[in-house]
Design a protein around this ligand. Structure first.
Ligand code: LLP
Length: 465
């Protein structure tokens, strides 16, 4: 079977290759997709056995994975990533915000699915290239979106000819001076925002992101000084938005695009699609999400009489539910009335709970499965020398209990829905090495990043004198 062909009969999902460069109507230029029966998906977050037992991840034994790769280890299920991408297929262009999970194996998988990428740093540009994306192409496989150019990023986009989405007036000058006459897109802050936490709200006057909406014309003129053409607009108002805010953004996008006029050939809806972290969370109504944005795009197309590309820029949605952090319980102790499970992963591995009070589903995998295990209220913490190193906390740092099965030292605790903003936000705090990462794909497990060696923690440091 040739790449890009529709594959119907097999279990495999054929590689979905870009058809950039083919002669097709402009609105069809994007990335061709095959639909197929895939390897069975492990589970959605709505099925994650939160508060119970998680003996397997896509039929791989958690205990075996832990023994083979050690702990803490991130495990990603490729079938879930494929399923999530399929759910977004109504969108003409899916541009993955790789900040959510930029392991090369994940980027490669997404590239084969016809998903393009966003990059926010020189490092992410280099990662995209290492995963097989072209840094310069039209339409762009990679877009650099940021509020500043650090010097390294500016040098790289200039050298490679990467498309730039400017989030500040200064970026226009810095880019225009080096690359006059290019097309650019503008990230607009529409004056309001929304997110699952104040820290992930990226719109409004308190946000540092984007070009303030009243400065649009001024920025177009600023760009014209360098011969820059504004070919597209982008709005991302936060992570975890709702439909009320979404229709406001769509309206703001149409208004802003009208102010620029028909030089606009693409609009980007940004990311922010919510993920159900709790069993009780409602899954996102993608059709409605698409309908709102498609309506905005069609309105502009009918006014201008030319195609307008609609891009979506999800980070969390394709990968969050695909990821699990396997940890080992290393201490079980009582403090007054509270029972603690202390595991070998901390906020150096998964920072979302301490940063946002984020909820992640938790389950136990027993090293030696017994038959009867009662559940009990437990506080789950990590190994770090800091009181906030607790996975069961709410926004503001209030420590809470979770009902979990009785477990002992040597059993495993699986943290679910950890594929987005997990490993990538890890650190070496307390001189802890970065976790290992494993990809499960079609019945095979692949170590896609080994655990960092402790010696590398200080290998590049030196003592003067
Ligand atoms: N586009 C832009 C310009 C962004 O700034 C972001 C996220 C995205 C797309 C993707 O947003 P998503 O679809 O993943 O919601 N560390 C936080 C999330 C920070 C998001 C930063 N920007 C968390 O763990 O929830």
């Amino acid at each position: 079977m040739r790449a890009g062909e529709f594959q119907q009969e097999g279990l495999r999902c054929g590689p979905l290759l870009p058809i950039i460069g083919r002669r097709e109507p402009k609105s069809m230029w994007l990335f061709r997709v095959t639909r197929s029966i895939d390897w069975p998906v492990s589970m959605s977050s709505l099925e994650f056995p939160d508060g119970g037992f998680c003996p397997t991840i896509n039929s791989f034994s958690v205990v075996d994975l832990a023994r083979r790769y050690g702990t803490p280890t991130y495990v990603y299920d490729a079938a879930v990533i494929r399923r999530q991408v399929e759910r977004l297929r109504q969108f003409e262009v899916i541009r993955y915000a790789q900040k959510a999970n930029s392991n090369l194996a994940v980027l490669d998988l997404l590239r084969r699915l016809g998903v393009v990428v966003d990059a926010v740093s020189a490092g992410e540009l280099l990662r995209a290239r290492a995963a097989g994306y072209a840094l310069a192409s039209e339409p762009p496989e990679v877009v650099y979106t940021a509020d500043i150019f650090d010097r390294e990023a500016l040098e790289l986009v200039v050298k490679e000819g990467t498309h730039v989405n400017c989030g500040s007036p200064d970026m226009l000058d810095q880019y225009g001076e080096r690359c006059p006459g290019q097309g650019v897109t503008l990230r607009i802050n529409p004056g309001f925002g929304h997110g699952h936490s104040q820290k992930t709200n990226t719109g409004g006057p308190q946000s540092k992101h984007g070009i303030w909406h009243t400065q649009l014309e001024e920025c177009v003129q600023r760009g014209q000084k360098w011969g820059l053409r504004v070919t597209g607009l982008h709005m991302h108002i936060g992570s975890g938005t709702d439909f009320e805010h979404l229709s406001q953004v769509c309206e703001a996008m149409v208004q802003a695009a009208r102010r620029i006029g028909p030089s606009i050939h693409s609009i980007s809806a940004g990311g922010g699609l919510p993920t159900p972290y709790r069993n009780s969370d409602q899954p996102l109504d993608i059709a409605r999400y698409h309908q709102l944005w498609d309506g905005a795009r069609r309105q502009l197309e009918s006014e201008w009489g030319h195609p307008v590309r609609l891009e979506l820029e999800p980070g969390r949605y394709p990968v969050a539910e695909a990821g699990y952090l396997i940890t080992e319980i290393r201490a079980v102790k009582r403090m007054g009335d509270n029972l603690f499970y202390l595991v070998d992963a901390g906020f150096n591995n998964l920072a979302r709970p301490i940063l946002y009070g984020a909820y992640h589903p938790l389950a136990v995998a027993l090293a030696n499965p017994q038959t009867q295990q009662a559940t009990q209220p437990v506080i789950v913490g990590g190994p770090l020398c800091e009181s906030g190193d607790i996975f069961t906390q709410t926004d503001g740092g209030t420590v809470v209990h979770r009902q979990l099965p009785a477990a002992n030292v040597g059993d495993y605790l699986v943290i679910g829905c950890a594929g987005a903003y997990g490993f990538v936000m890890g650190s070496n705090y307390n001189s802890k090495p970065l976790a290992a990462e494993v990809l499960l794909d079609r019945g095979s497990d692949h170590l896609v990043r080994p655990r960092q060696g402790s010696a590398s923690l200080f290998a590049s440091e030196s003592i003067p004198g």
